[in-house]
Design a protein around this ligand. Structure first.
Ligand code: ADP
Ligand code: ASP
Ligand code: MG
Length: 412
């Protein structure tokens, strides 16, 4: 008897028919004798609707109250789902975060799971019930409701699978696996049968929202057997695995696009010790994640600093940096929201020379100007003008011929 955790995303739960369709899949697993834990998102569009509603009454909604509001989206789906199962004669119980005992820190809107007490979930499973757990939400140590950040139901599912030591964690969504790039941007994208945890971590952090990044982190750390599958087909989907030699033969496995960042440049910054920390400390203290920091070589004792932050944090970052920039007598702080970050990812990159040159050459051929570059062992990212984002994805997908499946070692 296997323990299976399944997560269904918003599109899979968009209306009563779809909820019934998902429920039938779960019932099948349960009838086959498996213990089923089902993590659900809100109905598609619901979280956005709630955010818009909040903004009608408060320009900058109080984070605590916003989380109370947003958590209702998942409360609706878990209750409807369990109700439907019970009406079919299948025993089911819905659990909200405080009932499933999913504990987080108190960072509203971006809370981190710090522990899960599995007692209640196990008790329900022991009674032979299907357990439906509200995704995306948690409870802090004093009982406040928190949310994990957009896409956070993936994280709930993988974390629950990790603590329960589930035999399998399946993330059901509206595409039948992880593709070489977002199939909605490039229909030539190819579904991957397997992807290394590290590749998926990079893809997720660089914009591939098919899995929320923290869920991949949990999956890697606890070696959760994780699959991404479609609710609307029987395709086996994509399996997350540790990397192997075969994967290392392929320099580039995927292309990701993100339009979530904004660029900030501080010009004529005095080039001396302690300046960077003065600029970035207040930003870090405000919990803003700074990415892609570039500092030019100093000339005449001055340098320029350019970096990116999430678009939603731009205003706050400028407010925090403005006074410091004046104090240190930097010349100017400027920003640009119209940027896109395009990245190529692959564990095989570390063994293959010349990948960056091919990437830059392909972009140059299309006359796409590169504003920033950042690399790690298994990825290269560039910042470009946002209107070229989709074009760059297609060009890079073609350049590295991601459409063609690469031959497996054994068949060579
Ligand atoms: P859910 O509501 O099920 O959580 P999401 O919308 O969060 O679904 O994630 C699924 C979407 O991720 C797909 O519809 C697809 O457009 C997008 N996506 C981005 N990059 C990729 C990729 N590399 N492979 C598959 N899907 C991707
Ligand atoms: N409902 C939340 C969101 O829309 C969480 C999720 O779907 O994973 O971001
Ligand atoms: Mg999602």
């Amino acid at each position: 008897m296997a323990l299976i955790v399944q997560k269904y995303g918003g599109t899979s739960l968009a209306n009563p028919d779809r909820i019934a369709n998902v429920a039938n899949r779960v019932v099948k697993g349960w009838q086959d004798g498996n213990r089923m834990v089902v993590v659900l998102s809100a109905m598609s569009g619901e979280t956005d609707r709630l955010i818009a509603l909040a903004k009608e009454l408060a320009e900058d909604p109080d984070p605590r109250e916003l989380d109370v509001l947003l958590a209702t989206g998942e409360q609706v789906t878990v209750s409807l789902f369990s109700m439907f199962l019970r009406a079919q004669g299948v025993p089911a119980t819905s659990l909200l975060s405080h009932q499933a005992r999913i504990y987080t820190d108190g960072a509203y809107g971006r809370a981190r799971i710090i522990g899960i007490d599995t007692a209640r979930i196990l008790e329900e499973l022991k009674k032979g019930r299907v357990v439906t757990v509200a995704g995306f939400q948690g409870v802090d140590e004093v009982g406040n409701i928190t949310t994990l950040g957009r896409g956070g139901s993936d994280t709930t599912a993988v974390a629950v699978a990790a603590v329960l030591k589930a035999d399998l964690c399946e993330i059901y969504t509206d595409v039948d696996g992880v593709y070489t790039t977002d199939p909605r941007i490039y229909p030539k994208a190819r579904k991957l049968q397997r992807i290394a945890y590290d590749e998926m971590l990079e893809m997720a952090s660089l914009g591939a929202k098919v899995l929320e990044i923290r869920s991949v982190g949990f999956a890697k750390r606890y070696q959760v057997p994780l699959r991404v599958r479609s609710t609307f087909s029987n395709d086996p989907g994509t399996l997350m695995t540790v990397e192997d030699e075969e994967m290392e033969d392929i320099p580039v496995s995927g292309v990701a696009l993100s339009k979530n960042d904004a660029r900030i440049t501080v010009t004529r910054v005095p080039d001396r010790p302690g300046i960077a920390v003065r600029l970035f400390k207040p930003v870090a203290q405000a919990n803003i994640v700074v990415d892609m920091i570039i500092q030019n070589t100093g000339i005449d004792g001055y340098t320029d600093l350019t970096f990116t932050v999430p678009k939603g944090d731009l205003k706050k970052t400028l407010e925090l940096m403005g006074p410091v920039a004046r104090e240190i007598e930097a010349q100017q702080v400027s920003s640009d929201k119209n940027i896109a970050k395009v990245s190529i990812v692959g564990v095989g990159m570390k063994n293959n020379a010349g990948i960056a040159a091919r990437m830059f050459e392909a972009l140059a051929r299309e006359n796409i100007n590169i504003m920033m570059i950042s690399t790690s062992e298994i990825k290269i990212s560039v910042v470009i003008e946002d209107k070229y984002g989709e074009l760059a994805v297609r060009v890079l997908h073609d350049t590295f011929d991601l459409e063609t499946p690469k031959p497996r070692r054994s068949s060579r």
